[in-house]
Design a binder for this molecule. Sequence first.
Ligand code: 13P
Ligand code: SF4
Length: 334
Amino acid sequence: MFPTVNTTTNRKETLLAEIKALKAERNAVILAHVYERLEVQDVADYRGDSLGLSQQAAATQADMIIFCGVHFMAETAKLLSPQKTVYLANPHAGCPMADMITPAQLTTFKAQYPGVPVVGYVNTSAAVKALCDSCCTSANAVDVVKSLNTNQVLFVPDKHLGAYVQSQLPDVEIICWDGFCPAHLRIDLDDLTALKAQHPKALVLVHPECDEPVKDLADYIGSTTGILEQAAVCGADTFIICTEEGVAQRLTAEFPHKNFYTPSRSQAMCPNMKMTRLENIKKALLGQVPAVEIDAESFAKARHSLDVMMAIPMPKTTVSAGSAACRCQSKLGI
Ligand code: 13P
Ligand code: SF4
């Protein structure tokens, strides 16, 4: 016998009530990335992109952090809140891009370019962060590289975010590692071109992890939060969203009067970000998963790389007219 709709609804309500009670009892905060399932985001105290979640992890007064995201994000939360107990709600959720560079590989890369500073995307392990001069997220990568005031930078692991930084800072040579995000690379140029032809007035909002020909068709390039804010504030009502599919789902839920299209044949879905379910959150609140630990050798140096990034003023996510990263206003004739 399959459970009836009522049984399933009752079970979900019971689970939500248990999570609420455990959260209060443990003085826990739940942080969720916007690529997580909507039901997971809905129980979170804070949802956002990698930068926003890092800031929340650093600022929270809670004793316990339940992270709904992938492994490097929970490690970042632990680095920023060492005195707190941090759980990754589903300890199996990793990031294939972060796994594309190991400490040994980065050490060899650095040896080829002595003295050149290294900027590491937060999508890296703590051990890799420990070998970087600064971290960055997709929201502040350009600002971080600019702040180093140098004419060469090693950028790891995402070559597509690196290429975007290069396009914004032509005077700095960005030497990229060969990493990429499999989910964002699924966004296919032909698929996007066909969708644009169907909706010629739509604004195309693109994450910098996408391939360069996809970014070339963008009206706006920005982080997850940047895309969410741009869709909320700019005067258009039709958008093509080129990033992990969770972002378009969130936008559709929040702005039902606007139209959000995705290059649907592309299926830009991150399976790791969908691994967490409400049951995992309950298990983490009960301490039934291992707490995140970082070895002492990596800790101080990785934390330093994050501190260098966090010291840089918060970037503007909504970009003004005329910016190289935003053509929305000119397309709308504003
Ligand atoms: P942001 O949250 O920085 O936009 O990065 C997207 C991503 O792929 C996270 O894994
Ligand atoms: Fe990693 Fe890409 Fe998934 Fe983000 S969306 S966790 S970068 S694989």
